[in-house]
Design a protein around this ligand. Structure first.
Ligand SMILES: Nc1ncnc2c1ncn2[C@@H]1O[C@H](COP(=O)(O)OP(=O)(O)OP(=O)(O)O)[C@@H](O)[C@H]1O
Ligand SMILES: [Mg+2]
Length: 266
């Protein structure tokens, strides 16, 4: 699954962006995170190989978002090590952190687009200012990405003129414009009206199928998780209580807690 490349992800000559890695891209070892005396992640170990799609499921408060925030260096672990593409995140110099963060794209529940910029500019801004891409190259790439997310005709609009689903697709295109190696997705459809969810999930399915990007995805959309995931990790109270292929987790869960959780959300 997911090792072939597709137009917006091919490394074109002269296109800034990090070369693709193979092998293990993300590794958490014995990671513990506490807030006060509440242990939110408890000696957590897992890794994600390049090009794979791993989905985190589990009840509210089990620590899923905390993992993504650690990877974004928005939080620091209390114990343990986190490695992205062979480089340790803590401790790391500011420069190292900046380089590592270029490899990671994130899409949140709230789209956080720049409200006063056009759709096109939302997508070209960071590649131009952070990666130093030329405006023309950034626009060419933005147009490819907008085509991929089905929004070509909206490129001159502002976010406020788009539906929530369209805005979220812009946010996905914006994250991909930085050519990240890994895309972190945190419940990207939970804030959407139900009729807009399918369009966003279709775009993500397409990205999962047709690009080489690594995905680490938190979702309550179990059919989507089943479709795109190479592995599913079931969290409870800051630990992985069960992990495996989606067919196994969704059809023959071993753990009572997984069965309970799935019967509540399916
Ligand atoms: N900044 C913070 N300060 C204190 N506690 C926090 C903070 N951030 C998260 N927590 C707590 O850590 C626990 C895990 O939170 P996290 O957001 O990772 O859960 P989650 O699995 O993403 O849940 P949900 O499915 O509701 O999004 C929760 O109990 C939460 O209240
Ligand atoms: Mg969360």
């Amino acid at each position: 699954m997911s090792t072939d490349t597709h137009a917006p992800f091919e490394k074109k000559p002269g296109t800034p962006g990090t070369p693709r890695s193979t092998g293990e891209l993300i590794r958490l070892e014995q990671v513990t995170k506490r807030f006060g005396d509440h242990t939110v992640l408890d000696h957590l170990d897992f890794s994600v190989d390049a090009g794979k799609h791993v989905t985190l499921i589990g009840p509210s408060g089990s620590g899923k978002t905390t993992i993504l925030r650690l990877l974004m260096t928005l939080l620091k672990p209390d114990e343990g090590t986190i490695t992205v593409d062979g480089e340790q995140l803590f401790p790391a110099s500011e420069k190292q952190v900046r380089e590592i963060r270029k490899k990671i794209g994130m899409v949140f529940q709230q789209f956080n687009l720049f409200p006063n910029m056009t759709v096109l500019r939302n997508i070209t801004e960071a590649p131009v200012t952070v990666l130093g891409m030329s405006k023309d190259a950034a626009e060419e790439r933005a147009r490819e990405l907008l085509e991929m997310v089905g929004l070509t005709e909206h490129l001159a609009k502002r976010p406020g003129q788009l539906s929530g689903g369209q805005q979220q697709r812009v946010a996905i295109a914006r994250a991909l414009a930085m050519r990240p190696q890994v895309l972190l997705l945190d419940e990207v459809t939970s804030a959407l009206d139900p009729e807009l969810v399918a369009g966003v999930l279709d775009v993500l399915r397409d990205i999962a199928r047709s690009t080489d990007i690594t995905m680490l995805c938190v979702t309550h959309e179990m059919n989507f998780a089943r479709d795109i995931s190479d592995r599913v990790l079931m969290f409870d109270q800051g630990r992985i209580i069960e992990a495996g292929a989606p067919e196994k987790i969704f059809s023959e869960p071993e753990h009572d807690r997984t069965r309970e959780f799935l019967s509540a959300v399916l």
